[in-house]
Write a protein that binds this ligand. Sequence first.
Ligand code: FNR
Length: 368
Amino acid sequence: MSNQQNEQFCIPRDVVSLGDYERVASTRLTHACKEHIAAGVGDELTLQRNREDFDRIRIQPRLLRNFAQANTSCELLGSRLRHPIMLAPVAYQKLVHVDGELATAAGAAAVDCGMIVSTLASASLEDIANQGLSLLWFQVYFQPERAATLALVRRAERAGYTALVVTLDAPVSGLRNRAQRAGFELPEHVTAVNLEHFSRPPQRALDSNDSVVLHGFMADAPTMADLTWLLAETRLPVLVKGVLNPLDALELKNLGCAGVVVSNHGGRTLDGLPSTISALAAVRAAVGDEYPVLLDSGIRRGTDVLKALALGANCVLVGRPQLYALAVAGALGVAHMLRLLHTEFETAMALSGCPSLADITKDCILAD
Ligand code: FNR
C-alpha cells in the first residue's frame, strides 16, 4: 500500500510502524480509555522490561544466503500460518471502534492472520466467526460455574473455532494504577455479550477476618482439577496462556495441553514478573523442541518476532497494537498494522540471512 493510497483510506501518511498507531490513537481516544489500554500494573516495571529486554538483544547476521525458496509460513496445531504472528485475545474492542471485534476480524482475515477471540469480546463469538478468518481460536476465562464455561466452549466448537486458549495468569485483576488514576470505567454500551446469559452464583459470605482477594475473588479461581475437567470435556486442542515458569510449562505438557503461551498479559497482572522474552528459553528447554510455544507481551517490531523465534517461540501474538490500529482506521487499520509487521519481519529475515523460519535459531542472536 503506498502512502498516497493510505491517505485515501484514512490511514495517516505518517503511520509507518506499530508505534505510530499508538501515537495517533492516543490523540483520538479519551484519556481514560488510552490509559486503560496502555497501562501496566503498579509501577509498570514488568511492562517496561517487556520492551527493554527485546531491545537489549542484538542480531547476528549472515551474508550470502540463498533466498530462492524463501518462506515465512509455519504449521501450528495442524493449521498453516502465512506468518508466525497472530492477534492476542483482547477484551471489549467496542471501546475503540463501533464494530469492535468484527472489524478486527475482518482486518485480520484480509491479510490471512489468525485471531484469538476473548471471552470478554464485545461482539458475539458467532458473528466474529463469520468474518472469514482462516484461523480462529477462542480464549477461555473459567467462569465461576463449570456449566457456564462449558456452554461457552460448546458455542465456540459449534461456531468453528479450532483451539481453546485458557488464560490462567489473571484469576484476580492486577491493580493498574494508571487506569485507576484516569478514572477509567467501562461505558454501559460495551459489554461482554457472550457472558450475558450467565447469572453470577451467590458469593460466599466473608467474615471479618477473610481477605476479599484471597478468600473472595480467589474462591472462583480455576484449579488443576478444572483444567483437567476441561481437557476431558473438549476435543479441541487446549493451550494455556500466561506461562512464565518452566515447571508449569512441563506440568501442562504432561497434563495433555496442546501448547503454552509465554505471557505476562502485557505487564498487566503482577508487577515484578520477568519479561516474556527473558523467560522464553527456559520454557522451551523444559518442553523440548517439538512442543508448541507461543509468546506475547511487547511485540512491536518485525525484529522482535525474529528474536522470539530465535529463542524458541513458534509464533507470537500482538495485543495492544490491534486496538490502536482499530481506533485509527477500523478493519483497514488492523490489516495495515499487520502488513507493516509482516513486512518488517520479512525484512529482518532478509537482512539477517534467514530464508525460512527453520533458519531462525539462537545462532541469529548475540549472547550478552
Ligand atoms: C488484554 N489481554 C487479554 N488477555 C486475555 O487472555 N484475555 C483478555 O480478555 C485480554 N484482554 C486484554 C485487554 C487489553 C486492553 C489488553 C492491553 C490486554 C492480554 C493480551 O492477550 C496480551 O497478553 C497482551 O496484550 C500482550 O502484550 P502487548 O502485545 O499488548 O504488549
